[in-house]
Write a protein that binds this ligand. Structure first.
Ligand code: DX5
Ligand code: ZN
Length: 219
């Protein structure tokens, strides 16, 4: 069942020179999850942060650390992110041939497991994973950078996945990431998403605006 809309600000759009402060600010402003984008310059054409940064940020918030891995391979790094304080680890279905094994490894490490789909990846690729999942992340931009435009074909994918989650009667967060703003947020929510990642739309205007920005996205 679709839950009330929750917002996961992506710290990719934060001021990297003061990340701890930024995490505290979005926590105070009402963020539900803290979304951490991990990129390796290989699976995606950008390099961001690793487990040491997650560990350094951990004391700054008690909220759920939602770690989105855009790396390949994923397996060798799961434990490091769990030790660093991740609460949910999401891997990409495209990051290797053994998604089921990756999900099992994430859960065996003691945290919640998510799977993410790039815009061109059909929802059928995750059909045999639903029972294992805590979160499904539909990318509504090509992963790699913040501030890109929402790809509207992903609304159909959200609808299909929402139907599947509900027909199986499972408790899975349906997350969407990329180009979520006050125009696209209502669209993704009506397509079935209940966990919205927002980078630029959260951080625009600086810390004094974060609460207002998050509230506007929640609708
Ligand atoms: C893109 C990342 C996103 C990104 C979203 O690869 O996974 O989390 O930061 O940024 P906005 O909300 O600006 O599109
Ligand atoms: Zn992300």
């Amino acid at each position: 069942m679709q839950k009330p809309t929750r917002i996961a600000p992506s710290i990719l759009s934060a001021d990297f020179a003061k990340l701890g402060e930024e995490v505290r600010a979005i926590d105070d402003a009402g963020a539900d999850y803290i979304h951490v984008d991990v990129m390796d310059g290989h699976f995606v054409p950008n390099i961001t942060i690793g487990p040491d940064v997650v560990k350094a940020l951990r004391p700054h918030s008690k909220k759920i650390f939602d770690v989105h891995l855009m790396i390949t391979p994923t397996g060798p790094y799961i434990e490091a992110f769990v030790d660093a304080g991740a609460d949910i680890i999401t891997a990409h279905i495209e990051s290797g041939p053994h998604a089921h094994r990756t999900i099992q490894a994430i859960k065996a490490a003691g945290v919640k497991a998510g799977i993410s789909l790039n815009p061109s990846t059909p929802e059928s690729t995750i059909d045999y994973l639903y029972e294992e999942l805590d979160l499904i992340l539909v990318m509504s931009v090509n992963p790699g950078f913040g501030g890109q435009s929402f790809i509207s074909s992903q609304l159909r994918k959200l609808e299909a996945i929402r139907k599947r989650i509900d027909s199986l009667g499972l408790d899975i967060d349906l997350q969407v990431d990329g180009g979520v703003n006050t125009v696209t947020a209502p669209q993704v929510v009506s397509a079935g998403a209940d966990l919205l990642v927002a980078g630029s739309a959260t951080f625009k205007g600086g810390p004094s605006k974060y609460a207002e920005n998050i509230m506007a996205l929640r609708g």
